[in-house]
Design a protein around this ligand. Structure first.
Ligand code: SF4
Length: 321
């Protein structure tokens, strides 16, 4: 069952560019249909600037959507406005950010940081809140002795553990993790990745995991969606995407990752720059960089081709399949 769905979601925003300061419209998310199923880790892969983080922000209601819908537990969240409705939503959906130092208030003690969401959203007694804080710290591998310390007294990895503990205090259903390990040292990254896997298992959590690091994605994900210029071009089980990629863009991304399976389309390293999201290419958005591009790719929208219950790819290469 889908815990969260996006339906033909579009997000645009304006940015001032250059000396003229002229406003330019960025087409960040372009018709995304995605289902996040309860209990899974669904990862979004793609180059920097492909719209992954904007998609996450749209789900968290941190940016306005242009059109389409976002459904959580079957109900649209797009028009949630009242404090009460937003509070209920944010109890169930939490976010972990890339930089744990920036996301923790440096003037607050760890105990205060973790208790704050409980004080705002619940009427629990002080004793009850203290018990929850201790439990969540234990869940992330810390103990209650840290509650009187400040964020700057911890390493980057410990700070990310604290940020995860804070995301957990309200017992969310879904956690959006936006590049949660990319600011950490490689050895610490592995610890946090394993922690997220354990939390998913032990607390029956669902994650939308965003990363530019394909090795991390391969290790942590149940399913992977590949995003290019704001569009999902391929989605499938992790082993389907990594062992048998179908879309030329996925294959190009994976060409940099060692130990790929045998039955792929020919891997060709990604060439050229990502086109500007201000002027999206017509037809298949990847046609300007695709080694397999045909005439129709520049003008027509590629069809969705189904390879298995989970594996779908948008490309003309397989349209007579
Ligand atoms: Fe390449 Fe055409 Fe497939 Fe796009 S639709 S990925 S341009 S072959």
């Amino acid at each position: 069952m889908a815990l969260l769905e996006t339906d033909n979601l579009y997000v645009t925003y304006s940015e001032k560019k250059g000396f003229s300061g002229k406003e330019q419209v960025i087409n960040a998310v372009n018709g995304v249909n995605l289902e996040i199923r309860k209990g899974e880790i669904l990862s979004i892969a793609g180059e920097s600037g492909c719209g992954k983080s904007t998609l996450a922000k749209a789900i968290m209601k941190l940016v306005k959507i242009k059109s389409g819908d976002i459904l959580f537990e079957g109900k649209s969240i797009v028009n949630l406005k009242s404090q009460k409705d937003l509070r209920i939503f944010y109890q169930k959906v939490q976010m972990i950010f890339q930089n744990p130092y920036a996301s923790l208030n440096p003037k607050m003690k760890i105990g205060e940081i973790l208790k704050e969401p409980l004080e705002i959203n619940t009427k629990f007694s002080k004793k009850n809140m203290n018990e929850i804080v201790t439990k969540r710290l234990n869940d992330v591998g810390l103990d209650s002795s840290v509650v009187d310390l400040y964020p700057h007294e911890f390493s980057g990895g410990q700070r990310q553990r604290i940020a995860i503990a804070r995301a957990l205090v309200l017992k969310p259903e879904l956690i959006i993790a936006d590049e949660p390990v990319s600011a950490l040292d490689a050895s610490i990254q592995a610890q946090i990745i394993n922690l997220i896997k354990d939390l998913k298992q032990n607390l029956n959590l669902t994650f939308l995991f965003i990363s530019h690091d394909l090795s991390v994605i391969r290790y942590i994900s149940d399913r992977v969606a590949v995003m290019y210029l704001g569009e999902i071009v391929e989605i499938g089980l992790t082993q389907e995407i990594f062992n048998s990629p179908k879309h030329p863009y996925t294959a190009a991304l994976l060409s940099a990752v060692p130990k790929i399976g045998e039955n792929n389309i020919k891997m060709q390293a990604l060439k050229g720059e990502l086109p500007s999201p201000q002027n999206l290419p017509k037809g298949c958005k990847f046609h300007t960089r695709c080694p397999y591009a045909m005439d129709k790719c520049a003008t027509n929208t590629p069809p969705e081709v189904i390879f298995s219950d989970f594996h779908v790819c948008k490309c003309f290469l397989y349209s007579d399949k």
